[in-house]
Design a protein around this ligand. Structure first.
Ligand code: NDP
Ligand code: 8X3
Length: 254
C-alpha cells in the first residue's frame, strides 16, 4: 500500500490524479489545497465509489512556508509516512508582455509554482521512506520546454520546475527516491479561468475548435509512471493534444 500526497487536489489534474488513484487498491490518498470544502466533497464522492479507500484531506497554501513546515511536522500518526509526492499545485496569472506585466501576478506564480513546490518537497521529503515505492512526480509544462509570447514569467517558473526535477533526481539518488516530471500541453481544467482571472469566455476560447487533453489523460499517465518496476524511472514525459504541435502552433476546426 502506497500513501500518495497530491498538492492542488481540489481541481483539474490534481483532482483527476486523486480519482484515478482512488480506484486502485494499492494507494491511499493525502489530499491538500486551499479550498478544503472542495476536497471534502471530492473525498465524499470518491468514498461512495470506493468505500475502502483511505483518504485524508487538509487545507494548505503551498506559498506559506511556515504553514507547510508546521503541517508536515504534525500530520496524524497514520499519515506521516509518504511514499509518493505529486507536486501539482500551480497556476498562471495574466498573459502580458513583460513591460506590461503585473508584479502581483509574477509574485503569485513564482511563490506558488517554484517556492511552493520547494517548500512542500523540503518538508514532505523527511516523511518519505527510503523504499522502492518512493517517488516524486513534478507537474511541469510545455511552458518549461518552450517560451511563448506573453508567457514570460509562467514559462520561467515551469523552466525552474524542469531544473528542480533534474536537481532532485541527483540529490535524492542516494536515498533511492525516484523523481519524474510530466510536461503537458493544453489540458482543459480551471487553469485558463485562473490565468484570465475568472473570464470564462476568454478561457473557453483557448480550447475552441480542438480537443485538448483532460485531467484524466494526465492522471492515467502518472499512474503508469508510478506503476513501473522499481528499477525503472521515467525521467520526463512531454504530452500534447494531437492538435497541438508546439506551445503556439495548433490546428483548430474552422
Ligand atoms: P487548476 O486550476 O484546475 O488546478 C490548480 C490546482 O492548484 C487547484 O487544485 C488549486 O487549489 C491548486 N493551487 C493553486 N494555488 C495553490 C496554493 N497556493 N496552495 C495550494 N494549492 C494551490 O489547474 P490544472 O489542474 O491545470 O493545474 C495543475 C498543474 O498543472 C499546475 O502546476 C499547472 O501549471 C500545470 N499544467 C497545467 C496545464 C493546463 O493546460 N491546464 C498544462 C501544463 C501544466 P486551490 O485553489 O483550492 O488552492
Ligand atoms: C499550461 C500550458 O501552454 O498555457 O502549462 O503554458 S500553456
Amino acid at each position: 500500500m502506497r500513501t500518495v500526497l497530491i498538492t492542488g487536489a481540489s481541481s483539474g489534474i490534481g483532482q483527476a490524479c486523486a480519482t484515478v488513484l482512488a480506484a486502485d487498491s494499492n494507494y491511499r490518498l493525502l489530499l491538500c489545497a486551499r479550498r478544503l470544502q472542495r476536497l471534502e466533497e471530492l473525498k465524499e464522492s470518491l468514498l461512495e465509489q470506493h468505500p475502502s479507500c483511505e483518504i485524508f484531506c487538509f487545507e494548505l497554501d503551498v506559498r506559506d512556508r511556515a504553514s507547510v513546515e508546521q503541517t508536515f511536522a504534525n500530520l496524524p500518526d497514520d499519515w506521516n509516512n509518504i511514499d509518493v509526492l505529486i507536486n501539482n499545485a500551480g497556476l498562471s496569472q495574466g498573459l502580458n508582455a513583460i513591460q506590461e506585466g503585473d508584479t502581483g501576478d509574477w509574485d503569485r506564480m513564482i511563490d506558488t509554482n517554484v517556492k511552493g513546490l520547494l517548500y512542500v518537497t523540503k518538508y514532505a521529503e523527511p516523511l518519505m521512506r527510503s523504499s522502492e515505492n518512493a517517488h516524486i512526480v513534478n507537474i511541469g509544462s510545455i511552458a518549461g520546454k518552450e517560451v511563448y509570447p506573453n508567457g514570460n514569467v509562467y514559462c520561467a517558473t515551469k523552466h525552474a520546475v524542469d531544473a528542480l526535477t533534474k536537481a532532485m533526481r541527483i540529490d535524492l539518488l542516494e536515498k533511492g527516491i525516484r523523481v519524474s516530471s510530466i510536461d503537458p500541453g493544453m489540458v482543459e481544467t480551471e487553469f485558463s479561468e485562473v490565468r484570465f482571472k475568472g473570464d470564462k469566455e476568454l478561457a473557453k476560447n483557448v480550447y475552441k475548435g480542438l480537443t485538448p487533453l483532460s485531467g484524466t489523460d494526465i492522471a492515467e499517465i502518472i499512474a503508469f509512471i508510478l506503476s513501473r518496476p522499481a528499477h525503472v524511472n521515467i525521467n520526463d514525459l512531454l504530452v500534447m493534444p494531437t492538435a497541438q504541435a508546439t506551445a503556439t502552433i495548433v490546428k483548430r476546426d474552422s
